[in-house]
Design a protein around this ligand. Structure first.
Ligand code: PLP
Length: 419
């Protein structure tokens, strides 16, 4: 009997944030269990809603949104994105060099399809947001992982990145602020990474979807600024996180730097944009309103911009509570929405982190994501989303602590048994 199979190109493509563990969580939910889903940076299920003006802007434009738009996106929305980056002092940014997409996710795939030839090497951080590694594999390119350094607040080592550049390297991906680690790179790190791109003629691909989600004394530094006029930089951003409308699928990629040398690549991006006809038009109408600072009622929810706001408190509470569990350590996140704690494999007897999170799910009905799902090389981390209100987060981390304690004593007995 003929079997219908997925293409060979998909063999190395993974996206475990919504993988087999989620399937098991859904099975438990069908059985009637309440599962606390801490696997996705999805705001609304936790009661975090967009400013109503953003929703109104989309509703008001639903009539005209029936038509296709320019394949790169609605002009007004691209103008608003260009304005946003000009206000960030990035220099020349034109609406013509901006492509809107169905979220950053679509644009990552589109851009890499336009850029990468089979065998090209793309430097990607480990851990990463796994769409990056998956999308490189999909092109037939080779993701080469450079390590973020946990002992330096998860900043990557610039020397490690440079040691991995080869004649086949074409581009360098950075994710700042970072998912899953919560790191916000120092200005020195951002400059150091841009300098590597400069020295080796690489394209900088900078995923800055969490640009507004930085807390305490952390500051976001745009890669495009460090890249200047002589490094081609593609910056990815969108409304999914700080503006809380991930379901509208409103994202963008902005090209800056020596564009006169990038006309062929931009032509390729235009071709792929044309082939997908256009991004969802209704969602694009949220962009001008969301991005125009100074518009009454916009742009960002107060609990993000206020010092000591809700998200900042929730991240600090989660990392403090995790650090209080013996055998667990967590670098306090300075941005984004996640904690990425380390778990001691010896103490808890963990060989496979996917099995670990599956067992945690079945035991506590808490869904988190294993670290190797983010291309972290060792099975000794997991990612937890810090969006629920504080009491729920406290209870969740207490349950994880209780589970780990039981696992520790069981493992201790097994170790003794083996002696
Ligand atoms: N990039 C990073 C680093 C992310 O964490 C996410 C979503 O969590 C995305 C991109 C995808 O965002 P979008 O909703 O715009 O597709």
């Amino acid at each position: 009997m003929k079997m219908f199979r997925q293409s060979d190109r998909l063999r190395n493509v993974r996206y475990d944030v919504r993988g087999p563990i989620l399937t098991e969580a859904m099975r438990l939910e069908r059985e009637g269990h309440d599962v606390l889903r801490l696997n996705l940076g999805n705001m609304r299920p936790f009661g975090l809603e967009a400013r109503p003006e953003i929703v109104d802007a989309v509703a008001a434009n639903l009539g005209s949104a029936q038509a296709y738009s320019d394949s790169r996106g609605v002009h007004l929305a691209r103008e608003a994105v260009a304005d946003h980056y000009r206000r960030c002092d990035i220099g020349q940014v034109s609406a013509d060099d901006i492509f809107l997409g169905n979220g950053v996710s679509e644009l990552i795939t589109l851009t890499l399809q336009a850029l990468v030839n089979p065998g090209d090497e793309i430097l990607v951080p480990a851990p990463d947001y796994p769409t990056w590694t998956g999308a490189v594999n999909l092109t037939g390119g080779v993701p080469v992982h450079y390590l973020a350094d946990e002992s330096h607040g998860w900043n990557p080592s610039v020397a490690d990145i440079e040691s991995k550049v080869t004649p086949r390297t074409t581009a360098l991906v950075m994710i700042n602020p970072n998912n899953p680690t919560g790191a916000v790179y120092s200005e020195e790190t951002v400059r150091g990474i841009a300098d590597i791109a400069r020295r080796h003629g690489l394209i900088l691909l900078s995923d800055e979807i969490y640009e507004e989600l930085v807390f305490g004394d952390a500051r976001h530094h745009h890669a495009a600024r460090a890249a200047g006029d002589d490094v081609l930089c593609l910056t990815f951003g969108g409304l999914s996180k700080a503006y809380r409308v991930c379901g509208y699928r409103a994202g963008w990629v902005v090209a800056t730097g020596p564009l006169h040398r990038a006309s062929d690549l931009l032509e390729g991006l235009t071709l792929l944009s044309n082939m997908r006809v256009c991004p969802n038009v209704a969602g694009q109408h949220a962009i001008p309103l969301a991005l125009y600072a100074g518009t009454p009622g916009s742009p960002l929810p107060a609990d993000i911009v206020d010092p000591g706001g809700l998200l900042e408190k929730q991240l600090a509470l989660t990392s403090d509570a995790l650090n209080a569990i013996p055998g667990v350590s967590c670098v306090p996140p300075r941005g984004a929405l996640y904690c990425f704690p380390r778990i001691d494999r010896e103490i808890f007897g963990i060989d496979n982190d996917e099995e670990f999170v599956l067992d945690l799910l079945r035991s506590e009905h808490i869904l988190v994501t294993h670290g190797t799902g983010f291309n972290w090389p060792e099975p000794d981390h997991f990612r937890i989303v810090c969006l629920p209100e504080t009491t729920v987060l406290e209870r969740a981390v207490a349950s994880i602590g209780g589970y780990l304690e039981r696992r520790r004593s069981l493992n201790g007995r097994e170790l003794l048994g083996r002696v």
